[in-house]
Design a protein around this ligand. Structure first.
Ligand code: ARG
Length: 459
């Protein structure tokens, strides 16, 4: 069987090349569970409303369940001549139960059917995405907690700026991922809309019960405009936009892990099980998981741009261009989920080199702001204090010495407000002093870890 039975008005068969070009079955077979769930709910509604006899609805429903089983078992033969998942399943239904199977498509079009399948798919994907994000958040919290007091240099412009807690730095990624969780949940609200009943575009001339179908399929609402319902892919774009942002966050973390695991930084060691070897240089341990996530981020952005561009010139309502929504979406979902899973393992097994990180934070001029704040506490306006310490740093740099290696009389050459206690300054005291909400002081970071744990565990 092929879609030739639909070609009543044509005088020629479909060209083989054209048939292959048009077909979506190679990729939309992934939607078979959603398609069958939608058809079962639709058939049940048709029977309940007396649009088809209830016994026939029952026959359709049990045959659809058998077809699902056949596909589950890999025993279903998908045919490219049948174009898509919808026609493949319908053809098999008719093969199994005869003409009664032909009644399933009453009061329905492939246009509202595919919109339904895709919404069901996205709803499930969002659930899994949120679970993946939370898994990575939990791993970040574990590493932060296990290394809660480790100090490292904080950077701006990738120049050493001020000492921070490494746990505080990791919690910055927790916050990004938390916004991702909220974004995906927000996107779920607009995905959770049931389009069936829109027909091809204008609605259907049967006494259907859309709310019953919505309730059967676990949707909270039905769509309000049939023309919009068959042509809307905003929910796919929103998923892809949220996924692009989540990948961007992973990519930034990737970049830092690549940097931190170099011999130059040496703040972390990526576990052997998440690193690769070089085929020529025996000493190498490459952070390929991190690098690939950085690389795959571009691909996910590409899918977002692809669909946005595909939609911008489309007249209402359904156009076949819309079939191009699927491969990008599927690849986005798979790439994001695989990246989250790999990162969760990589982060969980990360070893922190507290000594290297701490040394980097103690040396040099990271305490310059603290020295300026010291002068402010002695009564100097901050701008003047900044300038005094600027000159002090220039002096120390000239002599190739760290601030901590200068003597009191050298400090006093720049301001007589300096006293012996200026020599007591440490990176530890610097972070402890920043005890504002959201600051890097250990008491604040501990409170943030506790708050973050609660957020991960909420539903
Ligand atoms: N395979 C199509 C898609 O993915 C299903 C809808 C086809 N509708 C149509 N009128 N040809 O969008």
């Amino acid at each position: 069987m092929s879609t030739e039975h639909l070609r009543g008005r044509f005088q020629k068969d479909t060209d083989r090349v054209a048939a292959r070009y048009i077909a979506s079955i190679p990729f939309d077979q992934r939607l078979y569970r959603q398609d069958i769930a939608g058809s079962i709910a639709h058939a049940r509604m048709l029977g309940r409303q007396g649009i088809i006899p209830e016994g026939e609805a029952e026959a359709i429903i049990s045959a659809l369940a058998e077809i699902r089983e056949e596909i589950d078992q890999g025993q279903f033969h998908f045919k490219v001549e049948l174009e898509d998942i919808h026609m493949n399943i319908e053809a098999r239904l008719i093969e199994k139960i005869g003409d009664v199977g032909g009644k399933l498509h009453t009061a329905r079009s492939r246009n509202d059917q595919v919109a339904l399948d895709l919404r069901l798919f996205c709803k499930e994907a969002i659930g899994e995405t949120v679970r993946g994000l939370k898994g990575l958040q939990a791993a970040l919290l574990d590493v932060a907690e296990a290394n809660i007091d480790v100090i490292m240099p904080g950077y701006t412009h990738l120049q050493r700026a001020q000492p921070v807690l490494l746990s505080h730095h990791l919690l910055a990624y927790f916050e990004m991922l938390q916004r991702d969780v909220l974004r995906f949940r927000d996107c779920l609200a607009r995905t959770d809309v049931m389009p069936l009943g829109s027909g091809a575009l204008a609605g259907v001339p049967y006494p259907i019960d859309r709310d019953f179908v919505a309730q059967q399929l676990g949707f909270s609402r039905i769509s309000q405009n049939s023309i919009d319902a068959v042509s809307d892919r905003d929910f796919v774009i929103e998923y892809q936009a949220a996924a692009s942002m989540a990948m961007m966050h992973l990519s930034r973390l990737a970049e830092e892990l690549v940097l931190w695991s170099t011999e130059e930084f040496g703040y972390v060691d990526i576990n052997d099980s998440f690193a690769s070897a070089s085929s020529i240089m025996p000493q190498k341990k490459n952070p390929d998981v991190a690098e690939l996530a950085r690389g795959k981020t571009g691909r996910v952005y590409g899918h977002l741009l692809g669909l946005l561009s595909g939609m911008k010139g489309l007249p209402l309502s359904y156009n076949r261009d819309l079939q191009e929504d699927k491969e990008g979406l599927f690849d986005t979902v798979d790439t994001l989920h695989a990246s989250l899973e790999a990162f969760t393992g990589m982060v969980r097994t990360l070893r922190v080199n507290a000594r290297r990180a701490g040394q980097a934070a103690e040396g040099g001029y990271l305490l310059a702001t603290d020295v300026a704040d010291y002068l402010v506490r002695k009564g100097l306006p901050f701008r003047q204090a900044h300038s005094v310490v600027g000159r002090l740093v220039a002096y120390a740099a000239e002599k190739k010495r760290a601030l901590s290696h200068l003597g009191l009389e050298e400090y006093r050459r720049f301001s007589d407000l300096f006293e012996a206690d200026v020599l007591q300054m440490t990176a530890g005291a610097s972070v402890a002093a920043r005890s504002v909400p959201g600051g890097t002081a250990p008491d604040q970071v501990r409170a943030q870890v506790a708050r973050a744990r609660r957020a991960v565990n909420d539903e």
